[in-house]
Ligand binder design. Structure first.
Ligand code: ZN
Length: 463
């Protein structure tokens, strides 16, 4: 009994002490003395980014002068040359290209129309990677479905039909599967072609393109996105009567083309072999101007280095900007980087990709060790003044993915207000007027501060 009492007392004392000292210890940790020397450079980086609309003007030059940049096109080649020259003008170091063979998909002429019960044009965009229709087009009855289950249940009616997937946009992850695998699912049941409701919220009759993937075990049939308005109209019409649609597409692949990732650096002053990569993809779809997807991501990550150079801030480790080729329809740039840099991937401290737009930044998504997460969360407190101090549960990107997976590198995405992104994603409306120069400058500031501090930490991130 006595023993129990003593141990209870001892436990009570332990609890009391633990509670008394815990806040003190927490306060000491949270005060983050190591962060203090970074307040001044962070303030300078933010001040420089926000002092000017340089990033927005650079993006407007890219998108106005060169425009959209699909893999294998002369426009993408020009954008690559332009970026190399501009990076050299900025004074970046080790500026060069790294050759990548990319697919060359050509849209050609395309159209769709309702023939029966009345003639109406359908506003559409062929899906990237689609095959063509025969020259005379494909003319068939329309079958509207709202899920793969409904398609399977309507298999008999799918044979010989054009199938429309009319699935309203919820979020990208959920809805994009009808664009990526709808054609093969329908072809499996004998459909002749596929239309897909655009993957995005309703917006003034804008079709959204994007890549599809054909399965190996089904015939390759043509596929196109239609606007939400046209999808709903087709659905209303099929409820009243039989609807006949014609689709004409010339889409095809040509031989692979030579393209390149563009690389520039600020070499580290103490550990130049250890690298922090920041990046965006320079290629885009062949509509709009590729401003939000992903010219903006290229420019704000590149800005991080330009501003460091301008302020003469050289971190301990190397900061490298990579402008990827072929994110949209192949991912070959990210794969080539993994293969070409295999020998140094273990010395990659962090890889960041900005491919979600350059609207008001919220912070970063992060994937890495708990210890590294605590460090980046503290660095992010330096961004509270521009509202970019949140660290989300996961961060990555399509182009950094292959390297990150291969060498288990900590990875990050720039997280921004996503409310406008999918309205213009992969459409003719992806133009620079949707981007606010101040929000874009804040994105550049956020990337600059995060990249600079991680590259300059006394210990490698996570150690
Ligand atoms: Zn993108």
């Amino acid at each position: 009994m006595l023993v129990v009492t003593r141990s209870v007392l001892a436990f009570a004392l332990f609890v009391t002490l633990a509670f008394e000292f815990a806040p003190l210890r927490a306060r000491a940790d949270n005060s983050s003395l190591w962060l203090e020397p970074y307040r001044e450079p962070a303030a300078r980086l933010i001040g420089e980014a926000l002092s000017d609309t340089f990033a927005w003007r650079r993006l407007s030059e890219l998108t106005d002068t060169i425009g959209h940049r699909l893999s294998g096109t002369p426009q993408l080649d020009r954008a690559i040359q332009w970026a190399v020259e501009e990076m050299k003008n900025d004074g970046l170091e080790n500026v060069h290209t790294e050759i990548v063979a990319v697919p060359r998909w050509v849209r050609g002429k395309e159209s769709a129309e309702i023939l029966d019960p009345a003639r109406h044009p359908i506003v559409m965009l062929g899906l990237g990677g689609s095959v063509a229709t025969p020259p005379e087009g494909i003319q068939a009855d329309l079958l509207v479905v709202h899920s793969f289950e409904e398609l399977d249940a309507s298999a008999v009616r799918a044979r010989g039909a054009i199938v429309l997937f009319n699935v309203p946009f919820t979020n990208y992850g959920e809805t994009v599967r009808f664009r990526s695998s709808g054609a093969s699912r329908a072809a499996h049941h004998g459909a002749l072609a596929v239309l897909v409701r655009s993957v995005g919220p309703p917006g003034l009759r804008l079709p959204h393109t994007g890549a599809l993937q054909y399965a190996a075990d089904a015939p390759r049939i043509p596929a196109a996105a239609v606007t939400t308005e046209d999808a709903d109209r087709l659905q209303r019409m099929t409820r009243r009567a039989r609807v006949v649609v014609r689709l004409n597409m010339e889409a095809h692949f040509e031989a692979d083309a030579e393209s390149a990732n563009v690389v520039g650096e600020i070499r580290g002053r103490e550990k130049p072999d250890e690298v922090v990569v920041v990046s965006g993809h320079l290629d885009s779809w062949d509509v709009g101007a590729g401003a939000t997807d992903d010219g903006g991501g290229c420019v704000v990550t590149w800005e991080a280095l330009r501003i460091m150079k301008k302020l003469n801030l050289r971190p301990r480790r190397t900061v490298r900007v990579v402008l990827w080729t072929n994110e949209e329809n192949g991912g070959r740039g990210g794969l080539a980087y993994r293969d070409q840099h295999r020998g140094e991937l273990s010395r990659h401290v962090l890889m960041l990709e900005s491919d979600g737009g350059v609207f008001q930044p919220a912070g970063f998504g992060f994937t890495g060790s708990d210890r590294a997460r605590r460090t980046v969360a503290e660095i992010a407190t330096l961004l509270r003044g521009i509202g970019a101090d949140q660290i989300g549960p996961a961060g990555g990107g399509a182009d950094i993915g292959p390297s990150v997976l291969d060498a288990k590198i900590a990875s990050m995405s720039l997280d921004v207000d996503g409310s406008k992104y999918f309205l213009i994603h992969h459409t003719a409306a992806d133009t620079i007027d949707k981007i606010d120069p101040t929000e874009m400058a804040k994105c550049a500031a956020a990337v600059a501060v995060m990249a600079y501090v991680v590259a300059d930490l006394p210990q490698r991130l996570g150690e």
